[in-house]
Structures are given as C-alpha cells and as structure tokens.
Design a protein around this ligand. Structure first.
Ligand SMILES: Nc1ncnc2c1ncn2[C@@H]1O[C@H](COP(=O)(O)OP(=O)(O)OP(=O)(O)O)[C@@H](O)[C@H]1O
Ligand SMILES: [Mg+2]
Length: 141
C-alpha cells in the first residue's frame, strides 16, 4: 500500500490545528510528505450571477493574511517539514481538486471549523470531504 502523500485542511480552527498535529505525527510514522492546504473564499456574491468580482487588491490581501496569520504559524508549530499551499475558491471543491491533482493518499480534516454557527453536527466542509474526497479521510474532533 502506497502511503506517501498526506494533506491536512486548515482553516485556523482548533480542530484543524489538532488535525495538523495528528497528520504530522502520522506522516512521520509513515515516512510520508505532508502538505497544509488553506482555501481562501472570495467575498460573498463573487460566485453568483450578481455582484462584481473582488478587486485584485482585496483578493491578494486576503491571500497574504491567510498565509501569514493562519498557514505559516501552523506550519512552524509542526515538528516535520510541511509545504503550505493556498487555494482560492469554495473550500470543499477546492480541497477535493487539490487531493486529486496531487495524488494525496490520506487527508486529515477537523470535525468542525472556524464557522460562526455552533454546530452539533459535522461542519459542511468536513461532511462534503467525508463523502466525496478521492482518498481516505481522517476526521479529527
Ligand atoms: N477554507 C478552508 N480551508 C481549508 N480547510 C478548511 C476550510 N474550511 C474548512 N476546512 C476544514 O474542514 C474542517 C471542518 O470545517 P467546516 O467548515 O466543515 O465546519 P464549520 O466551519 O464548523 O461549519 P460551516 O463552515 O459548515 O459553517 C476544518 O477543521 C478544516 O479542517
Ligand atoms: Mg467552515
């Protein structure tokens, strides 16, 4: 069984940080590479028929702050080398594409995320990944 490429989806939530820690430990045990993926969602309206696209400045500042405030600190907190990747789009779909394109063997995600709504159930991104990811998914509480 080939288990050489792991990924973890991080959105800054405590759950996703725990998922990153677990992914790092498992990657170490398996001798696998690890990639951290964060998806920056464009402002509401961008995907609809109405609404104008975000300005390039707004998007690039959202991307820069996601990298410096979210991805880089998590990357530094791990005791393995991990590549940090930023994608723009709708989180579930973007992570599924990332896993397909990069031939990820195992994906780690938090059970819930940084969403404002307190949930009893699994978050919608975790739910979508559990159902549709092209690889095994580890859901971390
Ligand atoms: N934008 C994102 N980029 C990368 N990973 C994400 C992103 N959003 C969610 N995730 C991953 O999915 C996990 C679950 O988050 P999810 O968004 O499903 O829950 P939530 O924020 O509590 O609820 P919802 O977004 O459905 O209101 C996170 O811990 C993280 O691993
Ligand atoms: Mg969310």
């Amino acid at each position: 069984m080939q288990m050489s490429r792991f990924a973890v989806a991080v959105d800054g939530s405590a759950e996703s940080k725990r998922a990153a820690q677990m992914a790092a430990e498992m990657a170490k045990l398996a001798g696998a590479e690890l990639q951290l993926v964060t998806v920056v969602r464009p402002p509401e309206g961008w995907w609809g028929i109405e609404g104008s696209p975000p300005t390039p400045e707004a998007m690039s500042s959202a991307i820069a702050s996601a990298r410096s405030e979210l991805l880089t600190p998590i990357q530094k907190s791990l005791d393995v080398e991990a590549e940090a990747v930023l994608e723009v789009g709708e989180p579930g779909g973007a992570i599924i594409n990332f896993c397909s394109e990069n031939e990820i063997d195992m994906l780690f995600v938090g059970r819930r995320g940084a969403g404002v709504v307190e949930r009893v159930m699994m978050g919608s991104v975790a739910d979508r990944l559990a159902h549709n990811a092209p690889c095994p998914v580890v859901i971390v509480p």
